[in-house]
Design a protein around this ligand. Structure first.
Ligand code: NAD
Ligand code: UDP
Length: 312
């Protein structure tokens, strides 16, 4: 049994990760400021984990020693990370420094939830890990993109300077149950809008693409990455390489909800990447990881979860 810290553990991905860690018999401390997360996501675990309400940009209370730290704390939805961009940048950089110091002091292995956003609006398609990206340093997405790039730098320098054992994964758009219905990301927006018989808000012409990974597949990748030998540091892409336009996604959501929701075309946000698809050869060779859940199946599972949220 290991003692494991999960920052951002009350969020969408964090709560699924904690489910898996508890299932494996580990002792888990969940640390979260509840900015975009929700205690409801971990309520079923309240007897089995310790919850600490704390912002990772502030120095940490004494939490004891850890074998492993997963750093997931950071709003992931553009509307949330853009709401207070300075705090987002602090979360990415000061937060990373605080968790890295904790890892250094306690000898913990540390995992960073990085993102496909480090590739920006990519000029190379699909994106392998050795592509350095095309990122606007001063745009409205920069607090997140550059913050996550800076965090990768800090992780890499802590490994080089202090021999801290690091694991970096770059997550491509992931969806599933426990996304916040008001989160603002495309999958939760389309599903909620369709279930409520509202128009689906397609930004731009809807021809921009993303590759959507179901949450269970992603969490399996996290666990496999954390279990790799010390020399494996990443960054490693984790995502489902099947790529869809937002129009294709909208059509699928409409088909699976059974509601004839119309499309409403809104302005495309600034710096919105036109396309995104991971090369997952590294994850395949190093982790023997392959996403298994198709978008059709994953959407149906996610819609089943959101149906209950609409009724509540
Ligand atoms: P989420 O918003 O549901 O979860 C983030 C969690 O971090 C929330 O519980 C929030 O309250 C907490 N948090 C935010 N700032 C904090 C701070 N300063 N101190 C303490 N807690 C803080 O988002 P998610 O989709 O679960 O994303 C989790 C992580 O994965 C994030 O780091 C995100 O950047 C990364 N990621 C997610 C995706 C995706 O598609 N879901 C893609 C790329 C990267
Ligand atoms: N998007 C959309 N309608 C929405 C929300 C998002 O068309 O209601 C688009 C958005 O412009 C982007 C894609 O869907 O091109 C994915 O957006 P999301 O916010 O989910 O993630 P990210 O842009 O970070 O990949």
């Amino acid at each position: 049994m290991k003692r494991i810290l999960v920052t951002g553990g009350a969020g969408f991905l964090g709560s699924h990760l904690i489910d898996r860690l508890v299932e494996h018999g580990h002792e888990v401390v969940c640390l979260d400021n509840l900015q975009t997360g929700n205690e409801e996501n971990i309520k079923h675990l309240e007897e089995r984990i310790t919850f600490v309400k704390h912002d990772i940009t502030n120095s940490f209370p004494d939490l004891g020693d850890f074998d492993e730290i997963y750093n997931l704390a950071c709003p992931a939805s553009p509307i949330h990370y853009q709401a207070n961009p300075v705090h987002t940048f602090k979360t990415s950089i000061l937060g990373a420094l605080n968790v890295l110091e904790l890892a250094r002091q306690t000898g913990a292995k540390i995992f960073q939830a990085s993102t496909s956003e480090v590739y920006g609006d990519p000029l190379v398609h699909p994106q392998p890990e050795d592509y350095w990206g095309n990122v606007n340093p001063i745009g409205i997405r920069s607090c997140y993109d550059e913050g996550k790039r800076g965090a990768e730098t800090l992780f890499s320098d802590y490994a080089r300077m202090y021999n801290v054992e690091i694991k970096i994964v770059r997550i491509f758009n992931t969806y599933g149950p426990r996304m916040d219905p008001k989160d603002g990301r495309v999958v939760s927006n389309f599903i909620m809008q369709s279930l409520q018989n509202k128009s689906l808000t397609v930004y731009g012409d809807g021809k921009q693409s993303r590759s959507f990974c179901y949450v269970d597949d992603l969490i399996e990748g996290f666990i496999r990455m954390m279990a790799t030998p010390k020399e494996i540091q990443g960054p490693i892409n984790l995502g489902n390489p099947n790529e869809f336009t937002m129009l294709e996604l909208a059509k699928k959501v409409i088909r699976f909800t059974g509601n004839e929701s119309p499309l409403q075309f809104n302005e495309l946000p600034q710096d919105d990447p036109k396309q995104r698809q991971p090369v997952i050869d590294e994850a395949s060779h190093i982790l023997n990881w392959h996403p298994k859940v198709s978008l059709d199946i994953g959407l149906q599972k996610t819609i089943a979860y959101f149906v209950n949220r609409v009724e509540c």
